[in-house]
Design a binder for this molecule. Structure first.
Ligand code: OGA
Ligand code: NI
Length: 344
């Protein structure tokens, strides 16, 4: 069972639907998914559990508590690029409802899902496919532009499961609130005005990537999503609680992120790395499937709109802190960006 998609060079190719591979023969593992040596990056370290945890309830207790949280946040952004949040204000019932709505979508018959097949970047398909020869990820995904409302393309929004649209809209609003709160706290840790990173001269938008990692007979040989950093300002990740999937780079190691029920995983994306002039890092990460059951994760990807100019914030620059990045138009940002990164 195949899905068709367009490569960056405009050629249309067919890509297997991973969920269907598993459904046909649960123990089959086509060669195109076997990573060989690369899979050894799943070697884990003893850093487990040490990604910083931010309890947002402590922000409103008293000044001293707030200071401590802000210091921890600055540390997390600088040393890890990743942290988890609890007491983030999004009801746990909505997190569960969101995961169920997404699970419900992936459980639809293939013909139904293919009605929302990927075009450009939006829709149901496989992420990060750029060539016909490359190794493939052990995952299917469904990507929607969720905010602002007026750029949603409702043709991609499934009508089933019945509560899908309502849930995704509500989850989008709630994650927007949280993203803005975090962006403003992060700006504050750098001595900047709260809104500095939210609307640097444009609108804020959100894409939602729903990832489905089918159960895999040999998770040690494949990757669910290969190593990448997110081209976002920040990403809010909601994941299944029962198995570890996400791994992040910490110094020279890959650290597994232990899911915590009710918590959300936050990571600094490329835009904040640039706007903070490299002080805060957009960290590489990857995900693995597991052999017991499918895994679902939902990444709420925050971004300034396409026309916005992104560059190091002027207040962070002086004679001893020259810009480490050239300023660019957000819409021109692509995979080659880091090759053009200025030295230093
Ligand atoms: C992503 C991502 C990780 C995961 O969607 O960008 O990194 O655990 N997902 O699914
Ligand atoms: Ni990611």
């Amino acid at each position: 069972m195949y899905n068709s998609m367009k490569l960056p060079n405009s050629k249309t190719i067919s890509i297997p639907v991973v969920q269907e591979l598993g459904a046909k023969d649960p123990d089959a593992l086509p060669q195109r998914y076997i990573r060989g040596k690369q899979a050894s990056i799943t070697t884990v370290s003893n850093h487990s559990n040490s990604i910083p945890m931010i309890d947002m309830a402590l922000l409103s207790i008293n000044h001293e508590c707030r200071q401590q949280v802000m210091e921890k946040l600055a540390f997390a952004c600088q040393e890890w690029g990743f942290f988890q949040v609890v007491n983030h204000g999004i009801p746990v019932s909505l997190l569960e409802q969101m995961k169920e709505a997404v699970r419900g979508f992936f459980q639809l018959p293939l013909e139904e899902k293919l009605k929302y097949g990927i075009q450009e970047r939006e829709g149901y398909g496989q992420a990060f496919v750029v060539s016909e020869e490359q190794k493939l990820d052990w995952s299917d995904m469904f990507y929607l532009i969720t905010l602002p409302e007026d750029i949603r393309n409702m043709d991609f929004w499934p009508t089933r499961p019945v509560n899908f649209r309502g849930t995704v809209k509500e989850y989008g609003m709630e994650t927007q609130k949280l993203a803005h709160k975090l962006l403003s706290l992060i700006a504050e840790t750098l001595g900047l005005k709260g809104e500095s990173f939210i609307n640097p001269g444009g609108q804020w938008m959100q894409g939602t990537r729903m990832n489905y990692y089918p159960r895999c007979p040999r998770p040690d040989l494949v990757l669910g999503i290969g190593p990448h950093s997110d081209a976002t300002d920040i990403t809010i990740l909601l994941q299944d609680d029962d198995e570890i999937g996400l791994h992040i780079r910490k110094d020279e190691e890959w650290v597994p992120v232990q899911p915590i029920p009710g918590a959300l995983v936050i990571n600094i994306g490329d835009m904040i790395e640039v706007m903070s002039n490299g002080k805060y890092k957009s960290i590489e990460h990857f995900a693995v499937p597991n052999s017991k059951r499918e895994r679902i994760s939902i990444a709420a990807l925050g971004l300034p709109t396409k026309e916005v100019q992104i560059g190091p914030h002027p207040q962070l620059l002086d004679d001893t802190h020259p810009p480490l990045f050239t300023t660019f138009i957000r819409g021109d940002f692509d995979k080659n960006f880091f090759q053009n990164r200025l030295e230093g």
